[in-house]
Structure formats: C-alpha cells, structure tokens
Design a protein around this ligand. Structure first.
Ligand SMILES: Cc1ncc(C[n+]2csc(CCOP(=O)(O)OP(=O)(O)O)c2C)c(N)n1
Ligand SMILES: [Mg+2]
Length: 678
C-alpha cells in the first residue's frame, strides 16, 4: 500500500477519513451514506454540481433531521414546523436528498435524476417555490444565514403575539466557510446575538476548504471566539461523530443564546482521493472516484438505489412530526385567536386595512397637505400600523430621518418581542435579508427604513426578495439631490434606474401625500414581490384633490391635461412632478400647451394595455423630468424625447441651489421645450 501512504502524505484528510471509516458502521451512518450516494449519483447524472458538501455534512444532517428537526413530511408547510435553511446553497443535493428520503411529495427519485435540468424542482441551487420543503432560495453565500435570523425573529414575534401553544419552533442553518466569510454574516450574527434569538442554531460545515483550496489562504478568524463575542453559545464537534453531534444539538436546544456549532468535517467524505480537497467541491467525482467512494463507504447498491431498510428508517424520520402536528392542529382549533392566526399566516389583509386607507385618502383630498413624502409616509403609517397588526417596522439607525416609527409600536428589545419596531442598527444588508426571512416565515409584513442611496448595501437581499416573490417593503428616504447639503455620497442618482432594471421589483416614487398613500396601499396589497418607496426629504405641494380611484395603481396617469391640443407631454416622478407642473404653467403663459404625466411606478405602468399607455404618453413631444440619470427613460420618451435630470453625481449645497445648478427647473424645462418646438 505504498501508493496510499504517498497520497496520504499529500492529503492529510485521507488518514483521518480512513480512521473514521474504520469506526463501526451504525444504522444512522447508513442513513447518512444514503445522502452521500444520492448526491454522488445526481451530480454524476447531471454532469455538474457540488458533491463535496453533502458528502461532508451528511452525518450532521442525518442527526438533525432524524432526531431534532420538527417537521412532518406529509405537510411541509405546517406553520409550527422548524425552519431548515441550507445557507450553503451549492450543497443543494443535501437538501434534495433529505426531502426525498423523508418522503416529501414532489421530490421523488425521478426528480433527483433530473437534478439541474430545466423544470426540475431539484435546481442547481435551492429555489424557493420549486418545492414546499425549500424554505428559502440560497446560493449567494451569506444570504441564508441572514435570512434565517429573520425567520428566528419572526418566530419570537409571533410567539409573543399568539402564544407558545401555536408558535414554538426553531430555526436551523447549515452554513459553510464561505457563508461565514461574507460580510453579511457579521451583521446577521451580531443582530441575532443582540436580540438573544435562542432558537437559532447554525451548524457550520467547518471543513477548511473553499474553492481556492485550504481556507488558510484567505482567512484566519477564530470563528468560535468571533461568535462568542456576538453573544452566541459556541461548540466544536467532530462532524462525523453522531453522538457528539447529537450532544451539541441538545445543548443548542437548551441554550439561552443563539448557537454556533462548528462541525469539523471532511469535504467529499468517502471519496478516496478527492476527499478533503477543493476537487470535490463543485464537480462530479467522475465514474471511477464515485464508484470507489461508494466502495469505501461500504455502499454496494446501484445508482439512485436505496435499500429498503434504510428507506424505511428515513421514512420513519419523515413521519416523526405527524403526532406533534396533529396535537398542534387540535390546539389551533380550540384557540380563540385561530381565525386571526390563519389570516396572518395566509397573508390575507384585514378588512380594517381597506377602510382605513380609503378614509385617509379621502381626508388628504380635502386637506391637501404640503409635506415631504417621507412625512406623508409617516402619516400613512399612522393609519396603517393600527389597521394592519402584522405590519412590522424598523430602520437601519435612521428612524428620525426615515420617519418609520409611529406611536404605539413599541420597540423590540433583547429577549422582549412584544413590540412592532426593530432597531436594526447600521446593518442595511442584514436588515433586508432578515426581512426576507420574516416574510418567508409568514405572519408578518416587514417594512424597513434607510436612505435610498444605501440600497446598494441591501441589493443582494432585495434581489432575492424579488426572485422569491416576497412581500417586503423598503422605505427609502432622501431620494435625490433634493436631500441637499449631505452631498454626492448621500445623493442617489443611478438608483432608480438600477432598481427599475431588477425584475419583479416595484419601484415607487410618489409625487405628493396622496400618491404616497396610494403607493403604500399598493405596496401592502402586493403579495408577490418587494416594493420600494423612494421618498423625498424636501416638502412637496399637494397635486391632487380626487381620492376615489387609486390612480397610482396604473403606474402613471395624466395629472394635468393640456388646455388644448398637446404640444408637449411632461413626464415626471416624485419631487419633479411639481417642477413639471410649474413648467406647464410657464409654457401656457407663452401659449404652449403641455400636459403633465405623473409616473410613480414604471413597472405598473408597463403592465397597462398599450392603448392606455399611448393615451397617457401622447404623440406630442415627450419630456422626461427626474432628478436621477436618464438611463432607461428612452422607454417612455422614444428616440425624439428630451430628458431633464442628472448626468453624473450631485454636489453638496442647499437643495434649491442644486436644482438650479443641475438645470432641473421649470425654466430649464420650458426653455428646452421652446427650443425644440422652434
Ligand atoms: C456571494 C457569493 N460569492 C461567491 C460564490 C461562489 N462560491 C460558491 S461556493 C464558494 C465557496 C466554497 O467554499 P465553502 O463555502 O467553504 O463551501 P464548501 O466548498 O466547503 O462546500 C464560492 C466562492 C457564491 N456562491 N456566493
Ligand atoms: Mg468549506
């Protein structure tokens, strides 16, 4: 065996692997081997994928799913189930194998055989919506762990509201080295530690391997000390020793803090040469290595074959939750809050919402307040918060600027989850990801606050909300050069364009108090994706005195028609609508008739029929006005339109001066129109 000795010298993991393989093979080890075999086979069949992580974490996952995780394969959406998040989404075959083995419908062996193929629920990375057992989309490292923090927080908030008899579950995460290296893991873990989210457990696949090889090339953090400093309980175990794993999970269940368990594993466990190397991370093992891995494990079955005894053990694991679920259903049936619990978990809005917002809009039509749209947003929230008990607010340390807090909400504090407002701290990315987790958990409609420019810090989480079609709402104030003196670092210019480019995001930019109320109404009603509200710091005059129809619902509409045949159509959003109105007046004084179109939501406008859009936009000269870059405006202006807005970054000065300096004024618009019309 001289050759083996040589290989071991180059790859010390193989020696350790040999020692682990020499341990007595228990039935539970065989259950884990079933995961390994399925991961090997599915990746071979797909000719692509990531076998290493499922092979390495199979033992940990087996102990968790067969002894600890509260779930019932017969009803994967049971509201009081534990949540399981595979943060290291590249190890997707681990999750698919678990769903298959525990007997969840829709993840049969045929689905595993079509791993990574078009329309398979077993996609390259776990995709929310592809199978009910997939709690969240993962793949962008770090997102899963941060999303799980939101799920764990949602559990505590709903437990405070509905009591332990209805809400009493845990959140379990499998995270990799990459998850812990990502910056967002800091924000998420720090927030979880601060809030004492004791029902959150992260199982870290501590395999010391990432794509570039040994993690020592890029990281030397002491992760246990790091998490302990966040206020977590920490523990290190041999991730192939079932007794140690079980003891650590028991400790996590008892812990009064969130828990990190470092599970020392060998990536690609079982593979005779690739185990312990980056070679097993993201490519098929290859036929020979795959066969040799199965032999080393003592797995003598054909591809995708699970022997009956092992299948039965897994099926029993999948049915463990049946009786707890039945007891829970009985408790729900007798609970005085049953109807309300079912309403919020189904995401249905209360009747009070429709009445409250309609009354508020009627009031605005008569009072016509001149307010910054961030203030209008706060006034709307004063109406919405009492009417919609599942609405949960927060801000990333800008509460007084975003105006996201209204009376009576109560702040959430460590260990106290009775309030409805979260001080996220300066953690925009963690905030947005946690909100995704709360929305995915169900029972809550989270909204946040920060400056619009800092959507850059939240973008990956906003993108996942859009992809997963989750109802999260971001209040994004200080939406242009209109914020003034804070200058170009704080003045968004490309953000409207860049967020409009993101599929399934509704980017709202209301023009006055009425439109702000309308956009809020639309955001709350929107159950299948995120809504972003870009709001002004500066005051905006009221534009509207009609309240019957929510005109923002069509995305854009004629706010003021021309006093005769249209010679120009001025199309504006947000704070620039008032400027366009002033330009319309200036032009009228010179005998030029212009209409003003307010376009608070491009995405909704794009959904209207062609005829409506054509009527609104008209055939006269089109002029776009927006205090952002013009990128994308061609869509509404056509090749012959004029755009008045920004061409680069802003500057630090009082906002009135900035508007003048950058030429976004009624005069500027009127001059441009006159020049073009000759
Ligand atoms: C944000 C992000 N950056 C990069 C990647 C590409 N990527 C996928 S896995 C991985 C690292 C693999 O190392 P580790 O996280 O330790 O997983 P393991 O190989 O141990 O399974 C990288 C860089 C990603 N998925 N997400
Ligand atoms: Mg790793």
């Amino acid at each position: 065996m001289a050759a083996n000795v040589d290989t071991n010298a180059e790859n010390p993991a193989l020696e350790l692997q040999a020692a682990i393989l020499a341990r007595p093979v228990t039935p539970e080890r065989r259950m884990a081997d079933a995961i390994r075999a399925l991961a090997i086979d599915a990746v071979e069949a797909a000719k692509s994928g990531h076998p290493g992580m499922p092979m390495g974490m199979a033992d940990v996952a087996t102990v968790l799913w067969s002894r600890f995780l509260k779930f019932d394969a017969a009803d994967p959406r049971w509201p009081d189930r534990d949540r399981f998040v595979l943060s290291a989404g590249h190890g997707s075959m681990l999750l698919y194998a678990l769903l298959h083995l525990t007997g969840e419908a829709g993840m049969g062996i045929e689905e595993l055989k079509t791993f990574r193929q078009l329309h398979s629920p077993a996609a390259g990375h776990p995709e929310f919506g592809e199978h009910p057992g997939i709690e969240t989309t993962t793949g962008p490292l770090g997102q899963g762990i941060a999303t799980a923090v939101g799920m764990a927080l949602a559990e505590r908030l709903l437990a405070a509201r509905f009591g332990k008899s209805l809400v009493d579950h845990r959140t379990w995460v499998i995270a990799s080295d990459g998850d812990l290296m990502e910056g967002i893991s800091h924000e998420a873990a720090s927030l979880a530690g601060h809030l004492k989210l004791d029902r959150l457990t992260v199982l870290w696949d501590d395999n010391s391997i990432s794509i570039d090889g040994d993690t020592a090339v890029s990281v030397s953090d002491d992760q246990l000390k790091r998490f302990a400093a966040y206020g977590w309980a920490v523990k290190r175990v041999d991730g192939h020793d079932h007794a140690q794993i079980a003891a650590a999970l028991s400790m996590a269940v008892r812990s009064k803090k969130p828990t990190l368990i470092a599970c020392r594993t060998i990536i690609g466990f079982g593979a005779p040469t690739k185990a312990g190397t980056a070679g097993s991370h993201g490519a098929p093992l290859g036929a020979a290595e795959a066969q040799a891995a199965k032999s080393a494990l003592g797995w003598n079955y054909g591809p995708f074959e699970i022997p009956e005894g092992i299948a039965a053990q897994w099926a029993a694991a999948g049915a463990r939750g049946a009786s707890p679920r039945r007891s829970w259903l009985k408790r729900l049936a007798h609970n005085p809050q049953q109807a309300e619990f079912e309403r919020v978990t189904a995401g249905r809005l209360p009747e009070t919402f429709h009445e409250a917002i309609a009354a508020f809009r009627a009031e605005l039509a008569t009072t016509k307040p001149k307010l910054a749209s961030r203030q209008s947003s706060q006034k709307t929230l004063e109406v919405l918060v009492p009417a919609v008990p599942e609405l949960l607010g927060g801000s990333a340390d800008l509460t007084g600027s975003n105006l996201t807090l209204v009376k009576g909400m109560g702040s959430i504090a460590p260990g106290n989850f009775a309030g409805r407002y979260i001080h996220y701290g300066v953690r925009e990315h963690g905030m947005a990801a946690a909100m995704n987790g709360m929305a995915l958990h169900g029972g809550l409609i989270p909204y946040s606050g920060t400056f619009f420019v800092f959507t850059d810090y939240m973008r990956p989480a906003i993108r996942l909300a859009a992809l997963m079609r989750q109802r999260v709402i971001h209040v994004l104030t200080h939406d242009s050069i209109g914020l003034g003196e804070d200058g170009p670092t704080h003045q968004p210019v490309e953000h409207l364009a860049s967020l409009r480019a993101m599929p399934n995001v509704f980017m709202f930019r209301p023009a006055d108090a009425m439109e702000t109320a309308e956009c809020w109404e639309l955001a709350i009603r929107r159950a299948d994706g995120p809504s972003l509200l870009a709001l002004s710091r500066q005051a905006l005059p009221a534009m509207r005195s009609d309240a019957g129809e929510n005109r923002s619902a069509r995305g854009g509409y004629v706010l003021a028609e021309a006093e005769g045949p249209r010679q120009a159509t001025l199309i504006a959003t947000g704070s620039e609508v008032a400027i366009a109105m002033a330009a319309r007046e200036a032009l009228a004084a010179e005998g030029i008739q212009a209409a003003v179109v307010s376009l608070p939501c491009w995405e909704l406008f794009a959904l209207q029929d062609e005829a409506y859009r054509a009527t609104v936009l008209g055939t006269a000269l089109r002029v776009g006005v927006e205090a952002g870059i013009g990128f994308g405006w061609e869509r509404w202006l056509g090749a012959d339109g004029i755009f008045i807005g920004m061409t680069g970054f802003g500057a630090s000065a009082p906002f009135e001066e900035l508007y003048k300096y950058f030429g976004i004024t009624a005069d500027g618009i009127a001059t441009a129109v006159k020049r073009r019309l000759g």
